[in-house]
Design a protein around this ligand. Structure first.
Ligand code: DUC
Ligand code: ZN
Ligand code: ZN
Ligand code: ZN
Length: 468
């Protein structure tokens, strides 16, 4: 028995039209009129948009950081994703120093298997590039289905790689058909500023932002672009937070370089004034890069609109204010970095993008799903509504208004970055490969149905990426 979504408006990155959608098993098998057959179950989608399930290309679930571990694991994080309209996450399988890549990947499978409510893939976050690790890289695409890695230009003595290492990785990745994702902040600058601030007894959360200036992001972005140019390799800049870094990306793309970039709802919607609290609660906003002066927001929205920014990731990396962020009560540099948002990304982009007139419906779909699918080897299985694609569908009711609050969220963390903000529209139904995982806005009782996604190599996507 098939499911027919009737009377809705189908939205993809390029189209917007009224049609019924037929879901047969895990796939979309027809889009059009009169696609119903006797015995089919009909679900009324009148006055709703049918969007491809959101793809969040940037989450950290069950990630150990120092002496603690992120508040959300795969179960709580992906439940939150699902109700928010996200049906695929790409999480960062993170290598501990001294650990093989195979070990890191096995660790992440152990965390996710049987616990994920949405489909998931892994990027590999590399913390050490010993010769053995470089050799292991070659196996990732075909044995593990991992076709992207992340390197850090910040976190001196912990994660930071030097330019030579980054260049080598770009050269290797190009050969292997992998996309290199880079955290672009100059870790040496930050290290000096943090040391200075602490020497002067500056311990409050706001010094996190003051020791990570925009210039450090701009410089590292320019350096990463330069290294990618030299390597002739594509580059994906994660979590772009500032107009200055965006300018570097726009210029590089203008020269024809394959530079792609992501921003996050927090940089589009929040600003550095969040750090100006008298108490410790500003620690909620301690993330890297930090929140910026408000003038950056308009530039980032424009970047999404014009395509210089291809994707939006939540960078969901949640720590409770009580007991976790508090580890840095006397020293801002010990506050675990990151904030929650996997539940809110899709709705925030709809509300403050589409409903506010900053993004078209097509642009919204591109930056919440399609472009990530193309860049990370999932298109057209994921990221669009087409016959033959996975039936990952969000039935979005634009007439519902809610107020975002930690009190009502599924994210298992004691605050929400967007507390009190309005969300326009809501996921009334969500389908994951045809399975009805959210019904009437609520998660069904079904067991976690998320599956691991073996992703195709970068080059295998061929022309689909040209349009990102
Ligand atoms: N970078 C991320 O992408 N996430 C959490 C912290 C960080 O530095
Ligand atoms: Zn990062
Ligand atoms: Zn991250
Ligand atoms: Zn159903």
């Amino acid at each position: 028995m098939a499911i027919i979504l009737t009377g809705g408006t189908v939205v993809t990155a390029v189209d917007c039209y009224r049609a019924d959608v037929r879901i047969d098993g895990e796939k979309i098998t027809a889009i059009g009129y009169k696609v119903q057959q006797p015995g089919d179950e009909c679900i009324d989608a009148r006055d709703c948009y049918l969007f491809p399930g959101g793809i969040d290309p940037h989450t950290h679930f069950d990630l150990p950081v120092g002496a603690t571990i992120t508040a959300d694991d795969f179960a709580s994080g992906t439940r939150a994703a699902a109700v928010g309209g996200t049906t695929t996450v790409l999480d960062f399988a993170t290598q501990n120093r001294g650990e093989s890549l195979a070990r890191a990947v096995a660790n992440w499978h152990a965390k996710a298997t049987g616990n994920s409510y949405v489909d998931y893939g892994f990027h590999l976050a590399v913390s050490e590039l010993s010769p053995g690790v470089l050799e292991e890289m070659a196996c990732l695409p075909h044995t593990a289905g991992i076709t992207s890695v992340k390197l850090y230009m910040a976190y001196k003595d912990v994660l930071q790689v030097d330019d030579g290492t980054l260049l080598r990785m770009l050269l290797l990745a190009k050969e292997l058909g992998m996309l290199v994702c880079v955290h672009c902040e100059n870790g040496d600058i930050i290290d000096v500023l943090v040391t200075e601030a602490k020497a002067q007894g500056r311990t409050a959360p706001k010094y996190h932002a003051l020791t990570r200036p925009v210039a450090a992001e701009r410089e590292a972005t320019a350096r990463a672009v330069c290294l990618a140019e030299v390597a002739g390799a594509p580059l994906y800049v994660v979590h772009v937070s500032s107009a200055a870094a965006l300018d570097v990306i726009r210029e590089a793309r203008g020269k024809g370089l394959a530079i792609y970039a992501e921003t996050c709802p927090q940089y589009l919607l929040l600003d550095e004034s969040c750090y100006q609290t008298q108490d410790f609660s500003a620690a909620k906003y301690v993330m890297s890069p930090p929140l910026r002066p408000a003038a950056n927001q308009a530039a980032l929205w424009a970047g999404l609109c014009e395509g210089s920014l291809a994707t939006t990731g939540s960078d969901h990396c949640s720590f409770n204010l009580v007991g976790q962020k508090e580890l840095g009560r006397d020293d801002f540099s010990r506050i675990p970095n990151g904030g929650p948002g996997v539940e809110n990304r899709f709705g925030l982009l709809y509300t403050y993008g589409v409903a506010a007139g900053k993004l078209t419906l097509n642009q919204f779909v591109a930056v919440t799903a399609t472009n990530a699918a193309k860049l990370f080897g999932l298109f057209p299985q994921k990221g669009t509504l087409a016959v033959g694609s996975d039936a990952d569908i969000v039935v979005w009711d634009p007439a519902v208004k809610t107020t975002i609050s930690a009190g009502t969220q599924l994210q298992q963390v004691d605050y929400n970055l967007y507390e009190g903000m309005t969300q326009i529209g809501k996921a009334r139904h969500v389908f994951l490969r045809g399975q009805h995982i959210v019904n009437d806005g609520r998660l069904t009782d079904d067991a976690p149905a998320g599956r691991y996604l073996m992703r195709r190599p970068y080059a295998a996507g061929g022309d689909s990426r040209v349009s990102v």
